[in-house]
Ligand binder design. Structure first.
Ligand SMILES: NC(=O)c1ccc[n+]([C@@H]2O[C@H](COP(=O)([O-])OP(=O)(O)OC[C@H]3O[C@@H](n4cnc5c(N)ncnc54)[C@H](OP(=O)(O)O)[C@@H]3O)[C@@H](O)[C@H]2O)c1
Length: 309
């Protein structure tokens, strides 16, 4: 099968499309024929050697952390799916989705949302589960609370806005000038232009800051938190000293595959309450350009790679 593999860290040119052996599913594993795979920041961070948990001795490595496709073959103990079923999943670290076929643990595999095609479905798993876990598992966001989402127009942020609104929270979000209308359409109550406005002048008494930006944006966020509130970040551990000073909590987390949560997300998509937004679709042979666009251009929502079906 074809796979997009790196043998060394570096610029997009280190990605090579090559022939590798098609894996065989064991026990509770399922082999999925990939129709589309999404591109996430973790992919270009891994490729460039800036993702701390992937080291040189783990190369060669197939990139890609989420897919949508059809079941090709089930392991002997995998009984929930059959060949031909339409599915999607966030992958564990051992399996890369920029490939014609990928192994997925049965417990992480979920039926594709009814009204999404494979390209739209592939845009969902990693970004949406990161948003879900940050807001609800780590942030404990509840109906009636106020959340400030930093970076609301990106892959994770555009799902976070929709989930928080569906839960009944009030949503403020920092975005670029050109994204104000986009996030308003997603349901944001208070878009804040991070290029021209200080968010401290626009919001206060926030229950949760969901930080997808880091640096001084994270550091300035203590000022808008309620006592008892929390900063939850996908990027770094917030200062525990400042958390104590503000009577608040600061947490960093890594998103994990979770089939049960992806089923809850699927139900919201099927109910028409949440939709992925795709900015651009690239054919598989343009994987380098796809990564380059996410890394260096302004992107609204997601970028997806399509494989031949
Ligand atoms: N820990 C985990 O498990 C985990 C999981 C997923 C993602 N992540 C990390 O979380 C971050 C967000 O992921 P993503 O997929 O949403 O990335 P993304 O699609 O690249 O989106 C990032 C967004 O942040 C915006 N932004 C940049 N600087 C900003 C600022 N100062 N204020 C407000 N918004 C700003 C960008 O807008 P512009 O175009 O205007 O710059 C973009 O819309 C990435 O760094 C990713 O690596 C971590």
């Amino acid at each position: 099968m074809k796979a997009a593999v790196i043998h060394s860290f570096g610029p997009p040119e280190v990605i090579r499309t090559e022939e590798v052996a098609t894996p065989v599913p064991k026990n509770d594993e399922v082999l999925v024929k990939v129709h589309a795979a999404s591109v996430n920041p973790v992919d270009y961070k891994t490729r460039s050697g800036h993702y701390p948990s992937v080291k040189q001795d783990q190369l060669p490595l197939t990139l890609g952390r989420d897919i949508a496709g059809t079941v090709q073959q089930c392991g002997s103990a995998a009984r929930k799916f059959k060949p031909g079923d339409s599915v999607y999943a966030m992958l564990d670290r051992e399996h890369g989705g920029y490939a014609e076929y990928v192994i997925v643990k049965e417990r992480d595999l979920v039926s594709k949302p009814r009204h999404l095609d494979y390209t739209e479905a592939a845009a969902v798993p990693l970004a949406a589960m990161t948003a879900w876990q940050g807001l609800f598992d780590h942030g404990g966001l509840r109906a009636g609370q106020r959340v400030l989402i930093h970076g609301g127009a990106g892959g994770v942020g555009h799902f976070a806005i929709q989930f928080a609104k569906a839960r009944g929270a009030t949503v403020a979000t920092t975005v670029a000038t050109s994204d104000i209308e986009f996030v308003r359409e997603l349901g944001a109550d208070l878009p804040i232009d991070y290029k021209t406005q200080r968010f401290e002048d626009a919001v206060h008494d926030v229950d949760l800051v969901f930080d997808l930006v880091d640096g001084e944006t994270q550091d300035r966020s203590w000022a808008v938190l309620k006592r008892g509130g929390a900063i939850v970040s996908t990027l770094s551990t917030p200062s525990q000293d400042k958390a104590r000073d503000h009577g608040a909590r600061g947490e960093h987390y890594m998103a994990q595959p979770d089939g049960a949560e992806l089923r809850d997300i699927t139900a919201l998509i099927d109910a028409g309450k949440v939709m992925p937004h795709i900015q651009a679709v690239f054919p598989f042979n343009e994987v380098r350009q796809a990564q380059q666009q996410l890394e260096h251009s302004h992107v609204q929502g997601k970028i997806v790679l399509e494989l031949e079906s």
